[in-house]
Write a protein that binds this ligand. Structure first.
Ligand code: FAD
Ligand code: UDP
Length: 375
């Protein structure tokens, strides 16, 4: 047999798995249907700036093991995500913290003031739902931060992002966001955070440097579909339902269209991420890519900048599947597919698409280290 593993997909899961297996002496071949390696981490150089082609990616983790593993491949900078929200022309800090609260409520100055104000607003929703658990995102958000913040910073943004009413979305989505009674605009609570110096391609190229890779090869439309002729095992990181030829039906996804342009100025918005939380603006956020790599680089000396507007939309065939939709119908269908996957001999289903789970990058690395890691 020519290979121990055929790996379908060169995203973070496929690339990190190939790296670990190669270190264990296994022979791997990676195939990728896109014209480049790296999956959603891929960066395109435009005007000397690393543009996050598939959306802003900030690496963050609590795990020292994961952090050391990726930093052994490429050093990370000290970028800290501190997005702003623009609601009808007014700017607010995210995540919800003392800076946000003081801007929303003029008379609020201390954590105690905030607790009092949120408690007043909470009492309204508590009266409505009593002791039961919040049953949707709207109830959850009202319980967490009250009506004023919900209406300005959550409701319309969430409806644009998911294309569904907040009353039809699961409560857990909003629990991702920290709420702090300190003046701290760091979007994440994790101990480690940053962006690879030189961009994410450095990380992927580092993982794959000694491994044969073929791009522009779609597993389903190539001779590799008969993989048992060339490899002992298959690692599959494409969409779960597609592997089984959609036999149980199609899983739904949410996708994003990125409108990227060059602006003739060194600094367009002064921050990497600005969310637009009102329905008046059709996109959810504007990313200005050069801010991701500002530390110790000459990026601000460049006369131009590159920005991307993000337009979320419902996935249709031919688009990129980005976010799994974790409603009841899709969770049930994904579980049925996972049962089929368990029965597939010598096939490992890994990553965001093949597991139909919304993983951040660090949990993907952690999974790979647990599955194929070495000490
Ligand atoms: P992917 O990157 O999707 O890789 C799968 C690869 O398989 C793709 O390259 C695909 O082309 C290839 N493939 C699929 N089918 C086939 C086939 N038939 N034949 C050959 N190749 C195939 N995480 C964070 O930690 N921080 C962030 O800030 C962050 N921001 C994000 C923003 C957006 C808009 C999105 C969508 C995700 C974000 N993530 C973020 C999550 C992050 O992108 C994922 O954790 C990571 O990309 C998952 O890697 P993966 O290898 O599972 O999937
Ligand atoms: N969210 C919001 N307003 C914001 C940012 C986020 O209401 O300005 C909500 C929205 O429902 C979103 C969820 O919080 O889906 C999680 O946000 P996060 O930025 O973690 O989502 P990502 O786009 O990174 O998956």
């Amino acid at each position: 047999m020519r290979y121990d593993y055929l790996i379908v997909g060169s995203g973070l899961y496929g690339a990190a798995a190939a790296y670990c297996l190669h270190r264990l002496g296994k022979r791997c071949l990676v195939i990728e249907k896109r014209p480049h390696l790296g999956g959603n981490l891929y960066c395109e150089s435009i005007e000397g700036i690393n543009v996050h082609k598939y959306g802003a990616h900030i690496f963050h983790t609590t795990s020292k093991k994961v952090w050391n593993f990726v930093n052994a491949i490429v050093e990370f900078n000290r970028f800290t995500n501190a997005p702003l929200a623009n609601y009808k022309g007014n700017l607010y800090n995210l995540p919800f913290n003392m800076n946000t609260f003081c801007r929303i409520w003029d008379d609020v100055k201390t954590p105690k003031d905030v607790e009092k104000r949120i408690a007043e607003q909470q009492s309204v929703i508590k009266k409505q739902i009593g002791d039961r658990e919040p049953q949707n995102l709207e109830e959850q958000a009202l319980l967490l931060v009250g009506k004023d913040i919900y209406e300005r910073l959550i409701k319309e943004y969430t409806e644009k992002q998911w294309g569904r009413k907040c009353t039809e979305l699961p409560a857990f989505i909003i629990k991702r966001l920290p709420i702090r009674l300190t003046f701290d605009n760091n979007y994440f609570n994790d101990r480690y955070q940053g962006i690879p110096i030189g961009g994410y391609n450095q990380l992927i190229d580092g993982f794959l440097k000694d491994i044969p890779c073929e791009v522009n090869v779609d597993f389903f439309h190539s001779t590799y579909h008969d993989w048992r002729n060339i490899a002992n095992k298959l690692i599959y990181t494409g969409p779960l339902d597609q592997y089984f030829d959609f036999v149980l039906g199609k899983l739904d996804w949410r996708t994003v269209s990125f409108h990227t342009r060059v602006e003739p100025m060194p600094n367009y918005q002064g921050n990497a991420v600005i969310n637009y939380t009102s329905h008046d603006v059709p996109y959810t956020r504007i990313i200005e890519h050069k801010h991701f790599e500002r530390f110790g680089t000459e990026v601000y000396d460049l006369p131009t900048t590159v920005v991307s507007e993000e337009y979320p939309m419902e996935y249709q065939e031919g688009m990129e599947p980005y976010y799994p939709i974790n409603d009841e119908k899709n969770n049930r269908l994904a579980e049925q597919y996972r049962q089929l996957a368990i029965a597939e001999q010598d096939v490992i289903f890994g990553g965001r698409l093949a597991e139909y789970r919304y993983y951040d990058m660090a949990p993907i690395v952690e999974k790979v280290l647990n599955q194929f890691g070495y000490e």
